[in-house]
Ligand binder design. Structure first.
Ligand SMILES: [Zn+2]
Ligand SMILES: [Zn+2]
Length: 247
């Protein structure tokens, strides 16, 4: 299986980076963790078969994690009509607004909800098929105003752990609760709401073989590079189109 970073920026895109989006390919099947990048444009440019897109898992409603959903679901609703996907959002009112928007974008035709199945995620296992199992766990990124999650992906005997967006300065200590108890092949950690000096102790204690920092605030980069030189862990920084192949 292969993980490809399609967007690695935080909040706002840059000249080289779209916002948060990771594509997981297991066999022919395609899954997304967040969709802040122009997903459909990227899939077409990569010559992927859109019928192979199985599901989107969003960590929270912020636009830098969801903006790419609108265009791909719009095209799924009227043009790529052989597609059939599960879409996990985190807010009921987002779902309502999303369906309403898709309806407006398509001349007052509501999306076919038997093909575009929109779910509201909650803590625990939310999805399982022949390829992947997806577990959500809460973070305190938006305090008590809206819901936000990290995600554990299990596929083909591998585990990939996504921090999701966390609280400012890790005030809620909300890096993934299983970080130091569950071995994972890869931990993908955000670095916009705190610096490496604040999350370093968690990284060192983690059972992750490999760590990739993404969603990194530019002002956190220098300290991250310095830290990575002496860490006991393999720490890298994500870039758009970075590929990780799992044997
Ligand atoms: Zn974000
Ligand atoms: Zn956010």
């Amino acid at each position: 299986m292969k993980l490809t970073f399609l967007g690695t920026s935080h909040g706002v895109p840059s000249k080289e980076k779209y916002c948060s989006c990771c594509m997981l390919e297991v066999g022919d099947s395609i899954y997304f963790i967040d969709a802040g990048a122009p997903v459909v444009d990227e899939l077409i440019r990569m010559d992927k078969n859109l019928n192979n897109v199985k599901a989107f898992f969003t960590t929270h409603a912020h636009g830098d994690h969801t903006n790419g959903l609108f265009n791909i679901c719009h095209l799924f609703s009227w043009y790529f009509t052989k597609t059939s996907v599960d879409i996990f959002l985190t807010e009921e009112r987002f779902k309502k607004a999303f369906i309403e928007m898709l309806t407006c974008l398509n001349t007052n035709n509501p999306p076919d909800e038997s093909r575009l199945r929109i779910h509201i995620a909650s803590s625990g296992v939310v999805f399982e098929d022949n390829n992947v199992r997806i577990t959500y766990f809460p973070t305190a990124h938006m305090a008590d105003r809206m819901l936000s999650y990290g995600i554990l992906v299990e596929a083909e005997g591998h585990r990939i752990l996504f921090s999701g967006d966390c609280s400012q300065h890790l005030a809620a200590h909300d890096l993934p609760p299983m970080l130091d108890t569950v071995p994972v092949d890869l931990f993908i950690c955000e670095l916009a709401h705190f610096g490496i000096e604040e999350c370093g102790e968690y990284i060192e204690r983690s059972l992750a073989d490999r760590i990739i920092m993404t969603h990194v605030l530019e002002s956190n980069l220098d300290a991250l590079y310095e830290y990575a030189k002496t860490s006991n862990k393999q720490i890298e920084t994500a870039y758009d189109r970075m590929e990780i192949v799992f044997d």
